[in-house]
Ligand binder design. Structure first.
Ligand SMILES: [Zn+2]
Length: 410
């Protein structure tokens, strides 16, 4: 048994000073007493284990960009205890045998909890449900992106009305992308409208990935009639705009693209108002050479920086812990069917993110654990960082990314 003493424990919107006892991977008590080894956590805040429901850890097939070990190290460093990984690895996750192999790899290398998405594509639209048992959900690419796993729009209704698992949609209209040979905001708006128009037939859940703009987010917020439809945005759409792309070339290239300052600001204000369902990183690492090349790949890393950026907003009193926990634990776990994952209650598996709101950080190359070795936020400074990332009772020092207390099962 280990007792984390004098933690400010987050529960239902409130912080209360309590001691948390952990043994055999589970929370044994949340009260005043102490037992076993005692670790003084005065001044630290315990949040439910934070979830990043949109990452690309690149393994199998693209390990020079990231792999399950380096990606999950970055997650631990970033205070993330659970990741959900996208299917555009190599080979893509479109059949059961491929999924099973990927599960084995992730299991043997990941330091954090994980779920894997399968893809619904033109190729497997009739058979994708054979993966139901092993996936956390499915991904649909309405426009081609890394890996090119397209689903024609004509199959969209069939897929979302039949899937027993949550469906994540990359909302850009392939027609518009092809017509302009670019990715204007209209491609996003058109696809979002299309999905919203189908909300009545959703069987399980539909989640719109990486909304880039105030305009598209507002369409969902105004026209949503069911809680089966949700959406996410990502830090790069909140902290960067199209000027970053102009000034940093390939390093600012991402699908869908960074938008105007006006759209960014509008989206940021929706976070402040607590109107965004989910914040995920869409961690999409590519190497520095790939980003510097004449045809740079699209994608921005972020699994290890998201929580720092958000804690800094809490420190500045722009958002409260409730908003952060809702976007990075409560709504993701609801969408993915993870029940009370991370909740700090007796009997639950010990998955927590313990933070110090007063610790100062600066993002540098040296700071990073991701294999790709760069971040668009290099040079940025702020307050608030994860101190312990607790995964199934294993207590990591988030900064050193090493286990300091092991209270996991056996
Ligand atoms: Zn993605």
């Amino acid at each position: 048994m280990i007792t984390l003493k004098n933690l400010m424990v987050y529960k239902n919107g409130f912080l209360r000073k309590l001691n948390v006892g952990i043994e055999n991977g589970r929370i044994q008590f949340v009260e005043q007493r102490s037992e076993g080894e005692v670790v003084d956590c005065d001044g630290l805040i315990a949040l439910p284990g934070l979830i990043d429901m949109h990452v690309h850890f690149r393994e199998p097939g693209l390990e020079w960009k990231e792999d399950w070990r380096s990606g999950s190290k970055a997650a631990v460093h970033g205070g993330i205890t659970y990741v959900a990984d996208m299917p555009n690895t190599k080979p893509p996750v479109i059949y059961k045998e491929i999924l099973e192999k990927k599960v084995e790899i992730a299991k043997s290398k990941s330091l954090v909890n994980f779920g894997l998405y399968g893809a619904i594509t033109n190729e497997n639209v009739k058979s994708f449900s054979e993966m139901d048992e092993g996936v956390i959900g499915y991904k649909i690419f309405l426009a081609a992106s890394t890996g090119n796993l397209l689903l024609d729009e004509k199959y969209l209704a069939e897929a979302i009305s039949s899937s027993e698992k949550p469906v994540m949609i990359h909302p850009e209209s392939q027609k518009i992308v092809e017509k302009y040979l670019a990715r204007p905001i209209d491609a996003e708006i058109e696809a979002v409208k299309k999905v919203v128009s189908l909300q009545g037939i959703i069987k399980t859940r539909v989640h719109l990935c990486h909304i880039t703009s105030f305009t598209a987010a507002s369409i969902v917020l105004e026209q949503r009639e069911t809680n089966k439809l949700t959406f996410e945005t990502c830090p790069h759409y909140l902290f960067l705009n199209d000027r970053f792309r102009k000034e940093n070339g390939g390093f600012g290239k991402v699908n869908p693209p960074l938008r105007s300052e006006e759209e960014r600001k509008g989206l940021f204000n929706l976070v402040v108002k607590g109107k965004i369902d989910v914040l995920s990183s869409d961690h999409a690492p590519h190497t520095v050479e790939e980003k510097k090349s004449s045809s740079p790949h699209s994608g921005i890393p972020g699994v290890e920086t998201t929580v720092y950026l958000m804690l800094n907003l809490v420190k500045q009193k722009l958002i409260d812990f409730g908003t952060l926990v809702r976007m990075m634990n409560e709504i993701p776990r609801e969408i993915l069917g993870l029940n009370n994952y991370g909740e700090i209650i007796v009997g639950n598996k010990a998955n927590m993110t313990i933070v110090d709101l007063n610790r100062r950080w600066i993002i540098t190359k040296k700071f990073l654990q991701t294999k790709c070795g760069w971040s668009p936020y290099e040079g940025m400074e702020g307050y608030g960082m994860p101190v312990y990332t607790i995964v199934n009772g294993k207590i990591f020092d988030s900064q050193k990314v090493e286990v300091v207390y092991d209270e996991s099962e056996g």
